[in-house]
Structures are given as structure tokens and as C-alpha cells.
Ligand binder design. Structure first.
Ligand code: 6R9
Length: 663
């Protein structure tokens, strides 16, 4: 067992001492070396101009950054380019048309291989089709598709025409789709008849029918890809993709757009109910995602096989499946389904099949793999892997070590990448050939990026100190505004530290004694217990360092005496899970006491959870984030709030009905 008590005791954010240098040999061949930090600091504009020149510009830019209208940045403003040409045509023109762009793997086991030349044809046909539908540069298009090649083709065809896409995750409800369509006034929706999920064909177009119903819908057409063969009702607005797109010419002459031309809107949840439409533009965004994909993953065009497991409905899919990798001429795997369809080794089977060398996933997925057991990856070779990435939430040291040992086999650097929908691209991350990584730390801002940790007063804290993460200098892929609500843009991100002019990220963070950055979760998730600031992440990390805990979510619940009390929800594994299933109450109570004491031992008595509840599942969004708001409702014994953005909306019922609580 790796989970002996001693190793587990090390797995706490504040006692973490381990550090792993880049493997021998990796540093020598790395795309980026340590000098880049200094070079970028010495002349930021020159550094970013150099990165922008990774791209093909039809009209070169003369100015790098215009920050005179802060917080509205303009990057490379007088340059003109086409994002789709940069992701596709230029690779074909350079003689790489036969290189595989996408190894697509469908959930039921079907697959497609698409070369850059084929991708160019598909994108051109789709662009001709959208033009036939009357769409013009600046119009908005909603994309509501499963993880099929047409999703990527649609995004690139929009970019090619200067249409602004708004991808809506295929698991969102018709209501969520309707409000996003309305907010962006989308004229076209691209969808599929259905999608495969955990081995089953589920309808998808039906949700679109509901979302576009009524005379007030801005939607003029719905373009439908046939994926599952499931029945779809066709009305006046509806057109089959295979009928419209396939008959188009594969020739399309692109136009070029200003660097600040809107590329996409992506909705993300904020602290209030209404989602924010984060607006990204073309030149700066493409520059940063191409640069970071190259630097952080050490990507080598024509050699690596890259796989990012995100969904394109999430910003990670936009930046690190579509724009970054394709701008860098990656050969990548795109997988349609869930990691356990049809079996729990599916990801590792795919890694071996395509010889994946760079694998990028989320901590929640890693912890799921841990729950399934290390015997599963042990059955596969996994010897093609050379870089592993993590994104989406803080990764607890135990998951980091498990990933390193059981997937990377102790051989692959792990890059823990901190960024947001709003930042557009990776901001804080190790460089795999440079950084000595620490399990659970995103380490430091990338060359060209600047961040700080500040206190309530906006003053920087020193090493060993904690506070709010801010971005103190503009960056190329930064959001330009919230679509249709510039005031909210200013309020949400720029008012908290207006005096200093800092971007407020909404995350808590601390520097360790060496100046490495440890993200502590959203500041709204930082608890205050008797005047002590304790991160939900710290307590979760302590809980999952216990051998019997598979996953944990922690919330601060209002407490009369201490301000907030810590309430934990845990999924058990192994013997403890079996005992809980059998309903052995004495054993369960003893076990909960043990867990509370374990947290006290790991962090201190102040962090001891007031209550620990054993659950079978945790409420998660489709991008894998735990919805603590709902757990707080349970902890504070309120009716549970809006569950429409959960991946599985029945989870809260299961939690409320099946609680084994103690403490
Ligand atoms: C890319 C993405 C952004 C929020 C962010 C933070 C959390 C993301 C993280 C991380 C710690 C990391 N987050 N990556 N926290 N370490 N490596 O996830 O975008 O969905 O907008 O979420 O996710 O809290 O503020 P998005």
C-alpha cells in the first residue's frame, strides 16, 4: 500500500516538503529554458511581440499593448490575422497537409482520423455553408454539440468568417441554452440529433427545440449533425449538416480581421445567478494560447501526440484542444465519452493506442482514477507519456503523487496550470524543463505573466504569507469585457483593487518560504473559523490524505460561536466504504471520529470538522467543480438551491436522503 500513515501525513499543503526536478535529459531538449523569465521581465513588449510572431499576420502589428483605456486592453491592435488560417491553412501550405490533426475516438468505439488537409476542407465547407445561411462577420453562433469533430470544425469555420462563437456545453439544460442564446442574440445554433453518454444515446436536439421556441428567439437556423441516429423533429429552421455542408465547395478564401475582433464568448458562473459572457478577441488570445501550449507542455509539432481530456464546452477545450494545439500544428486525441465507458481503463487504452505523449486532465478525474484503483493503469504500457498536466482546481498532494507514480511512472514532469475562463490561457504553471515541482503547487507565473498575492489593503504579502491572488499587469489573452455588461466587468474584476489597478482573480493563495505559489481555492470558499482563515482545500487535502477517503468536499457553515464551522462531505473507499454500506453505525461513528482527529493532526485542532457526512457522490458541475453552494445548503439545513448546472442533478437528492452523519 502506498497509503501508509506516514506518507499520508506528509500530504498536507503546509507540511509539503517534496520537490521534483525535471527528469535528466528533459531540460536539455525543452522548448523553453530559465532565461525566458529574465528576458520577459527586461522587455515585456518585446517578449510578447516575439510570441505573437509565432502566428501568421496578414498585416503586421506596430504596437504591442495599448493600456491607455484600462481595464480595456488592446493587444497588437493594428495587426490583422485570421485565427482559422493560423490553425489550419498555414500548416497545409507549409507541406504538413498529411499530418494527422485529430485522432478522434467515439464513445461507442468508432473512430476517425483527420489530417490537416482534411480539416482545411471541412472548415472551408462549413464556412461556405454559414455564408449561404446569410451570416456575416460579427454575428453570433451558438454551438451545442458533443465532443465530435464537427464541434471543432464549427468553431474554426466561425473564426474563419469573423463570426463570434458561443459554445454551450452539451450537458446544459435547454433553459441554460435559451438564456445564453438570448444574451448573445445568436442567429444560428449548431447541434446534433443526440449524444452518447455512458454507453447510451441521449437526445440533444430536443433541448434546442425548446430553447429556440417562441417568436422572440433570435435564432434563424438550426444546423443538425447526425451523430446517434436518434429521432429528431424537423421544423422550418432546421437543416441537416450533411445536406448543407457536404455539398459545399472545399475552397474558401479567408478574410483577415483586426487583432481585437471578437473571437468568442464563453459563459461562466459568477457569484450571482446570471452567467457572465466572457469575451475574448483574436490576436492576443491566439498568441498566448499558442505560446503557453508550446512552453508548458513542451509540445513538439510532428512528434508529440497530445491529449487534453476537457470538453470544448469549457475554456480548457477552447484554448487547449482547439486554438493552442492547432495553432502549434499538434497531432491530438479527441475523445467523445466518459473515462469509464465501456471500462475503467479506457483512457489508458487510448494512451497506448495512439502513443499519447502529453496528457492534460483535471484533479477530479485523477481522484476518480484513484478511487478505481492503481491496478487499472498498471495493466497498460503508458510508456509514450512524457508530460502530465492538471487544471481546474487545486490538486491535493496525494492526487499529485498518485498521478506522478501511477500514470507518469515517476518519469514525467507534472504541470499544475492555474488559469481561468477570464484569463484565456495558462498564467501560473511550472515549466517542465526548468521548474523543480512541488506536489500541489502551481509554482510561479510563466515568463511574460505577472501575478501577486496581496492582503486586504492591496499590499503584497511576503514569502510565507497568504491573501488574494491578483494579476498586476495586463496579459494578451485577458478577457476584454463581459458581453453586454461592461459595468459588471469593471465591478467583478477591477473594483476590489481599483486603486492599484489589479485584476482580482477571486482565488486565495499563499507563498511558501521559497516563494512558490499555492492556490487555496476561491476566496468565497475560504472559511473563517474563530477568526482563523482556513481554506476548504486545506481541509479537503487533509481528509483525502487518509487512506479511507476517496474524495472530500468541505464547506463553511454558519456557526453561532465560531462564525463558521467546518462541515465535510466524504466518499469512502476500501474497508471503510464496505462498512458504511453495511450500515454498521458503531463502526461508522468510530470512523468519523478518526477522520476528525486525522484533520486535527494534519492541520491543527482549529481545522477539525464540526461534522463529517459520508456520501456516495459529490455534486459537481460538468467541468468537475464541486458545487459547494449546494453542500452549504445541506450543512445549514436549508432547502437545496438551483441544481440545473450539475452534471447529475439527482446527486443532491441522494445526499439529502442517504446521509450518515456524525461528529
Ligand atoms: C481553466 C479553468 C477557474 C477557477 C480558478 C481557480 C480554479 C483552475 C487551477 C485552479 C488551483 C489550478 N483553478 N485551475 N485552482 N489550481 N491549477 O479551470 O477555468 O472554469 O474559469 O475556473 O478554477 O479557482 O479561479 P474556470
Amino acid at each position: 500500500m502506498v497509503h501508509n500513515q506516514q506518507a499520508a501525513a506528509l500530504d498536507n499543503l503546509f507540511t509539503e516538503q517534496r520537490s521534483f526536478p525535471p527528469p535528466p535529459g528533459f531540460a536539455e531538449q525543452a522548448n523553453v529554458t530559465a532565461e525566458a523569465y529574465q528576458r520577459a521581465d527586461d522587455d515585456r513588449d518585446a517578449f510578447w511581440a516575439e510570441q505573437a510572431n509565432r502566428l501568421d499576420w496578414q498585416t503586421p502589428f506596430s504596437q504591442v499593448l495599448d493600456w491607455s483605456d484600462a481595464p480595456h486592453a488592446k493587444w497588437f491592435a493594428d495587426g490583422k490575422l485570421n485565427a482559422s488560417v493560423n490553425c489550419v491553412d498555414r500548416h497545409v501550405d507549409a507541406g504538413h497537409g498529411d499530418q494527422v490533426a485529430i485522432h478522434w475516438e467515439g464513445e461507442p468505439g468508432d473512430s476517425r482520423t483527420i489530417t490537416y488537409a482534411e480539416l482545411k476542407d471541412e472548415v472551408s465547407k462549413a464556412a461556405n455553408a454559414f455564408t449561404e445561411l446569410g451570416l456575416k462577420a460579427g454575428d453570433r453562433v451558438a454551438i451545442y454539440l458533443p465532443m465530435i469533430p464537427e464541434a471543432i470544425v464549427s468553431m474554426l469555420a466561425c473564426a474563419r468568417l469573423g463570426l463570434t462563437h458561443s459554445v454551450v456545453f452539451g450537458g446544459f439544460s435547454s433553459e441554460a441554452l435559451r438564456s445564453r442564446i438570448a444574451d448573445a442574440e445568436a442567429k444560428l445554433v449548431i447541434t446534433a440529433d443526440g449524444q452518447f453518454r455512458r454507453g447510451k444515446a441521449m437526445p440533444l436536439k430536443r433541448a434546442v427545440d425548446e430553447a429556440v421556441a417562441g417568436d422572440d428567439s433570435p435564432v434563424e437556423n438550426v444546423l443538425v449533425v447526425r451523430r446517434t441516429g436518434i429521432d429528431a423533429d424537423f421544423g422550418d429552421k432546421d437543416i441537416w449538416w450533411h445536406e448543407l455542408v457536404q455539398r459545399q465547395s472545399a475552397e474558401h478564401t479567408p478574410e483577415f480581421f483586426d487583432a481585437e475582433h471578437p473571437l468568442f464568448i464563453l459563459y461562466t458562473s459568477g457569484t450571482t445567478g446570471k452567467p457572465k459572457g466572457i469575451l475574448h478577441t483574436t490576436g492576443g488570445y491566439l498568441t498566448q494560447v499558442a505560446y503557453t501550449h508550446d512552453a508548458v507542455f513542451d509540445h513538439k509539432a510532428g512528434q508529440d501526440v497530445y491529449w487534453c481530456t476537457a470538453d470544448i464546452g469549457w475554456v480548457t477545450g477552447h484554448s487547449y484542444i482547439v486554438y493552442g494545439p492547432l495553432a502549434n500544428r499538434a497531432t491530438q486525441v479527441v475523445y467523445e465519452g466518459t473515462p469509464n465507458s465501456p471500462h475503467e481503463g479506457r483512457h489508458w487504452e487510448i494512451v497506448d493506442k495512439y502513443k499519447v505523449s502529453i496528457y492534460y486532465t483535471a484533479p477530479t478525474t485523477i481522484r476518480t482514477f484513484m478511487k478505481w484503483g492503481k491496478d487499472i493503469p498498471a495493466r497498460y504500457q503508458l510508456d509514450s507519456l512524457r508530460v502530465l498536466g492538471s487544471v481546474g482546481e487545486p490538486i491535493n498532494p496525494e492526487a499529485w503523487m498518485w498521478y506522478r507514480e501511477n500514470i507518469g511512472r515517476g518519469r514525467c514532469p507534472i504541470v499544475d496550470t492555474w488559469w481561468q475562463t477570464e484569463t484565456g490561457g495558462i498564467m501560473i504553471s511550472p515549466l517542465p524543463g526548468v521548474t523543480d515541482t512541488k506536489p500541489g503547487s502551481a509554482m510561479r507565473p510563466l515568463p511574460g505573466i505577472s501575478a501577486a498575492i496581496v492582503g486586504d489593503d492591496g499590499q503584497p504579502v511576503g514569502n510565507g504569507g497568504g491573501g488574494y491572488l491578483v494579476l498586476d499587469k495586463p496579459w494578451p489573452a485577458m478577457l476584454r469585457t463581459i458581453w453586454g455588461d461592461d459595468e459588471r466587468f469593471r465591478d467583478t474584476y477591477w473594483s476590489r483593487f481599483a486603486e492599484q489597478g489589479y485584476y482580482f482573480a477571486g482565488d486565495g493563495a499563499k507563498y511558501d518560504d521559497d516563494g512558490a505559489i499555492w492556490l487555496l481555492g476561491r476566496v468565497d470558499d475560504v472559511m473563517n473559523v474563530s477568526g482563523h482563515r482556513i481554506s476548504t482545500t486545506e481541509v479537503e487535502s487533509a481528509l483525502v490524505s487518509h487512506p479511507s477517503v476517496a474524495e472530500a468536499a468541505v464547506v463553511g457553515a454558519t456557526d453561532e460561536t465560531t462564525g463558521q464551522g467546518i462541515v465535510a462531505f466524504v466518499i469512502l473507499r476500501g474497508e471503510a466504504a464496505a462498512a458504511a454500506k453495511e450500515g454498521d453505525d458503531d463502526a461508522a461513528a468510530a470512523h468519523i471520529t478518526e477522520l476528525r482527529n486525522h484533520v486535527a493532526k494534519e492541520i491543527g485542532p482549529i481545522a477539525k470538522p464540526r461534522q463529517i457526512m459520508v456520501v456516495a457522490e459529490l455534486p459537481k458541475t460538468r467541468s468537475g467543480k464541486i458545487m459547494r453552494r449546494l453542500l452549504r445548503d445541506v450543512a445549514e439545513q436549508r432547502p437545496v438551491g438551483d441544481v440545473t448546472t450539475l452534471a447529475d442533478s439527482t446527486v443532491m437528492d441522494q445526499i439529502s436522503s442517504g446521509l450518515t452523519s456524525g461528529g
